[in-house]
Ligand binder design. Sequence first.
Ligand code: NAD
Length: 312
Amino acid sequence: MSHPKITIVGAGNVGATCALWAAAADLGDVVLVDIADGLAAGKALDLTQTAPIQGFAHAVAGTTDYAATAGSDLAIVTAGLARRPGMSRDDLLAKNAEIVSGIVKRLVAASPEVILIIVSNPVDAMTSLAHRASGLPTERVVGMAGILDSARMRAFLAEAAGVSPKDVQAYVLGGHGDTMVPLVRQSSIGGLPLSARLTPDAIDAIVQRTRNGGAEIVGLLKTGSAFYAPAAAAVTMAQSILRDERRVLPCAAYCDAEYGVGGYFVGVPARLGAGGVQEVLEFDLDAQERAAFDSSVAHVRGLVDKLGQLGY
Ligand code: NAD
């Protein structure tokens, strides 16, 4: 795609940082939307003034009006409440459901061909809701989480092993929450199994820290949740789709027969390219990994059921 148009809804911490990464990567023209008057326009103007310094060519606009988003190829939805200390992602369900369903309807009305990347939490349930509310085909709706959780695990492993994070692979599947499933067996450091470089206790500690990765940052920030890595993750997904890079990235993709999920959006490795989710890749899970994955999917299903009870 030569000149893509990207809408980012929510000009808060995650949304504004997505706009920054997208502009820095010269990914396309960016329209930042927020309900708060002037917030998106102000941040877009500020970002526009980085263009002469950073040397990017695409435009960044900010607005409260969806008319300006018309013809978007891709939209990243980051609007909604973020966690504060003591809150789980699930505590955000009812409020963010109202926000996300209203937003995706407006987005699709202005851009019928749009591909949606959902970031708002609880993300697996919000992705499911976005799919239903938008009426888009499943391959054009995807949630950001696994790439972030895997990046956290890779960063912790790299630090512990004393190697570059670029040479560490790790996969975190399942729902984005306490039930996420970090896959130790499929992760590697310089192509070697984790056990070649780290003790079982060190690996266990990293698995726990990965599961708690978001809460650790919430506890430090006190007024909100992580945004640099989440935004980098969402923009990497957007880039893979818009430039048809076909990267295999863990994300909340629609699975029916895949992994025996039965029709929910959950964290799995997916090939992202032109058109959105091109394929879900299936790991051969052992009994323990399968049990953890199934229990994570059951948690996501519970949240989607709650959405149903709330009328979504
Ligand atoms: P933030 O409070 O900094 O920004 C949220 C923005 O949404 C605010 O500017 C607010 O005005 C805007 N907003 C609210 N309702 C809106 C509406 N109807 N239309 C347009 N804009 C609206 O929060 P944040 O740190 O940017 O986090 C945003 C969301 O992303 C939260 O739900 C958070 O939990 C989630 N998140 C998800 C992940 C993930 O891994 N999926 C990671 C980090 C954050």
